[in-house]
Write a protein that binds this ligand. Structure first.
Ligand SMILES: Cc1cc2nc3c(=O)[nH]c(=O)nc-3n(C[C@H](O)[C@H](O)[C@H](O)COP(=O)(O)OP(=O)(O)OC[C@H]3O[C@@H](n4cnc5c(N)ncnc54)[C@H](O)[C@@H]3O)c2cc1C
Length: 304
């Protein structure tokens, strides 16, 4: 870790809460469910779909996992009541994956039942490599129970092309992203271009297998290559979408994608756990603060 990163990470917990709050507010919709729904609704009016993520992961006790499960059910109710174009993204560790896999499944199946009521889609975010296998297993179990359940693969992981084969089934819906955690070089690509290349290989393999793809990235080079690939393969518009984190200032690119007939979905985190979440993110990946500074100074107008 460079000295500057070390200083930022070391001093973050000492910073006043309002400073961290200012930073979090670039990305996080707010504390409450309504804050998330409001932002999703606003983005819908600008032509974007949304996915809402209740912040909070790796909880330590069973009761907490039940509370999070209930909040996700309320979120699905809210989305249906507000009539917005929005699905949900969740982290399995928040539903108890590291406490007990049966507990996690019990919680997930309740959320899937609720999603089934509204014919909505549930995405299982991918966390660090400790839980890659468990997340893929849980997704497969989820898909058998309710097909509108998908997950995420990370192009920095050397195993990703094989995981596409594992996940490839009739209704599979996979988000591909670069990956946000620190992984060691035995299992993960480290070179910037290597990660991009594996992203493109993964996207191509998914297209060849007719998988619905969530193309999650803010990398303009990659977005241009993906547009070329979609055109070259004549990939159907109802088989993919671009995805971006709300607050990242790439408004013009996303607007252009919509104008060109592509579907674009914003990922919107919300919830009272924003403080712990922001600190944890900085600790896990200190490089994040550079992107955060950029987003702070070049604000996305889609948040207003
Ligand atoms: C919709 C969505 C869902 C995701 N889900 C997961 C997941 O389930 N698991 C997982 O491990 N990771 C997930 N990620 C994070 C992802 O893995 C990357 O860490 C992150 O998107 C940065 O990679 P990039 O493709 O944008 O490329 P980068 O090379 O990191 O960035 C490209 C450009 O965008 C800018 N940029 C990137 N991120 C930000 C930011 N936060 N603020 C300001 N500028 C930024 C960079 O400065 C750079 O100029 C998700 C990302 C998105 C967009």
């Amino acid at each position: 870790m460079g000295i500057l990163n070390w200083l930022v990470v070391g001093s973050a917990p000492l910073m006043p809460r309002f400073v961290i709050g200012k930073v979090a507010s670039i990305y996080v919709a707010g504390d409450k469910l309504e804050d998330g729904l409001k932002l999703a609704k606003k983005l819908n009016t600008k032509g974007f779909a949304a996915t809402l993520d209740l912040l909070g992961e790796e909880v330590k006790n069973r009761k907490q996992t039940n509370r999070i499960r209930n909040s996700y059910c309320e979120l699905l109710d809210g989305i249906a009541n507000w009539g917005i174009k929005c699905n949900i993204s969740l982290k399995l560790t928040a539903l108890g994956l590291k406490i007990d896999e049966d507990l996690c499944w019990d919680n997930l199946s309740v959320v899937l039942d609720k999603a089934r009521e509204y014919d909505n889609f549930v995405r299982l975010d991918m966390e660090n490599s400790e839980v890659t296998d468990a997340t893929i297993d849980m997704c497969q179990k989820g898909q058998k129970y309710y097909p509108k359940c998908g997950t995420v693969l990370q192009s920095y992981m050397k195993r990703t092309l094989d995981d596409i084969d594992t996940l490839n089934s009739h209704n599979t819906n996979i988000r591909i992203c670069k990956g946000a955690y620190k992984e060691n070089e035995e299992i993960a690509y480290k070179g910037y271009q290597e990660v991009r290349d594996n992203y493109l290989k993964s996207a191509e393999k998914m297209m060849d297998n007719k998988i619905y793809i969530g193309l999650a990235t803010h990398d303009l080079w990659l977005i241009a290559k993906l547009e070329e690939m979609i055109e070259r393969k004549n990939y159907k518009k109802n088989m993919y979408e671009f995805q971006a984190l709300s607050g990242v200032p790439i408004d013009n690119t996303l607007e252009r994608l919509i104008e060109n007939g592509h579907k674009v979905r914003y990922y919107i985190p919300y919830g009272p756990e924003w403080y712990a979440y922001s600190l944890r993110r900085m600790k896990e990946n200190p490089d994040i603060w550079k992107d955060t500074l950029k987003a702070f100074f070049f604000r996305s107008k889609h948040r207003k």
